[in-house]
Design a binder for this molecule. Structure first.
Ligand code: P6P
Length: 340
């Protein structure tokens, strides 16, 4: 029997393969290739990121056909803050909660959609803070919306009850954070503290592919994202800064979906500000599951995030749904807006 031999010219196979454009690195492969960055994770954090990505694919499918099935509009219920819950808000919360429960790597979830934290009664090492679907007022008008998530390690011993110190952790304790943008294309952007990478979803293959490696936020920019309806009672440094932006002919862009405004500012340079005002004396955005994640990403990409005074990631949360003023984006713009 003739001996099996290797191809005479493996290079030729590679050469020929040039006609087939490589698809690039999938999210799964990227996570696996970078797993050894975590000193103590033996694959659980990688699995957790995959669980979140899986849930986002399901939510993406439902967001993309929202107009065709009865999941648009208000559910008729209210969330913790008395705000009307959109059907997709609740559906997204179910999808992420189920994926995290089945994945087994998370022991607790903090969600905008649930009053207290959800104890998953398992031996997971991680605590997830999540806004399952941010910008839900835009769902019915087909404007981009997003998911925002933070990942913390539990502090107390496995097998003991989940405690406040596991739940109310400062943003600087995050081991990973990310967002999903359900936009003209769906993207997942995340950091584990080693830079920021963006992945674009290819729905026909059901895979995320690396499309924005090592994202960096421009140090300065010419775009400001602010809802100026509260201008009359904004802090003076913000009023002055907005006057400066207009005098410089900067562009105002405000989508009403934090993830979409943040993502554009990260790629092009810019600032998003939701300051305190008479209407929102504590600010509007939530520290635990909106601001901390984006602040971690912003800093990892070379940007900055404060509440107008202190670094967002240094704020010690006192309550689960605590609000904060939020100034995030290009470093020089954030410093200037706070009156630095
Ligand atoms: P306003 C959406 O509800 C959200 O949390 C962010 O996504 C968005 O940037 C902001 O609130 C919009 O708030 O008061 O301008 O409608």
């Amino acid at each position: 029997m003739s001996k099996i031999q290797a191809s005479k010219n493996p290079v030729q196979i590679v050469e020929q393969s040039r006609i087939a454009q490589p698809m690039g690195t999938t999210l799964d492969r990227f996570i696996k290739n970078n797993q050894d960055q975590f000193a103590y994770a033996s694959g659980e954090l990688s699995q957790l990121l995959r669980d979140i990505a899986l849930a986002s694919k399901v939510v993406n499918r439902e967001v993309n056909k929202a107009g065709l099935i009865d999941i648009m509009g208000a559910l008729g219920s209210q969330n913790t803050f008395g705000e009307s819950q959109q059907k997709l808000d609740v559906l997204a919360n179910i999808r992420f909660t189920r994926a995290l429960m089945k994945g087994g790597e998370a022991c607790a979830i903090i969600s905008e959609e649930t009053e207290s934290f959800v104890d998953l009664t398992n031996h997971g090492k991680y605590v997830i803070a999540i806004d399952p679907l941010d910008g839900s007022s835009n769902i019915d008008v087909n404007v981009s919306i997003g998911t925002i998530f933070s990942i913390y390690r539990r502090k107390t011993k496995e097998g003991t009850p989940i405690s406040e110190e596991d739940i109310l952790q400062r943003g600087e304790e995050q081991v990973a954070a990310g967002y999903v943008l359900y936009g003209s294309s769906t993207m997942l952007v995340y950091t584990t503290g080693f830079g920021v990478n963006g992945f674009t979803y290819e729905p026909t293959l059901g895979e995320y592919f690396l499309s924005h490696p090592d994202l960096k936020m421009p140090e300065d920019g010419k775009i400001f994202s602010v809802n100026e309806s509260g201008l009359a009672t904004f802090p003076a440094p913000v009023v002055n800064y907005l006057q400066f932006c207009k005098a410089q002919n900067y562009t105002g862009r405000y989508i009403g979906s934090l993830v979409a405004d943040f993502h554009r500012n990260m790629l092009k340079g810019g600032i998003y500000i939701y300051p305190t005002s008479a209407h929102a004396p504590e600010g509007k955005l939530r520290l635990m599951y909106e601001c901390n994640a984006l602040a971690f990403i912003a800093e990892q990409a070379g940007g900055k995030a404060t509440d107008g005074v202190q670094r967002i990631l240094s704020i010690q949360p006192k309550t689960l749904h605590q609000r904060t003023a939020f100034y995030v984006g290009s470093k020089k713009m954030v410093e200037q807006a706070a009156g630095a």
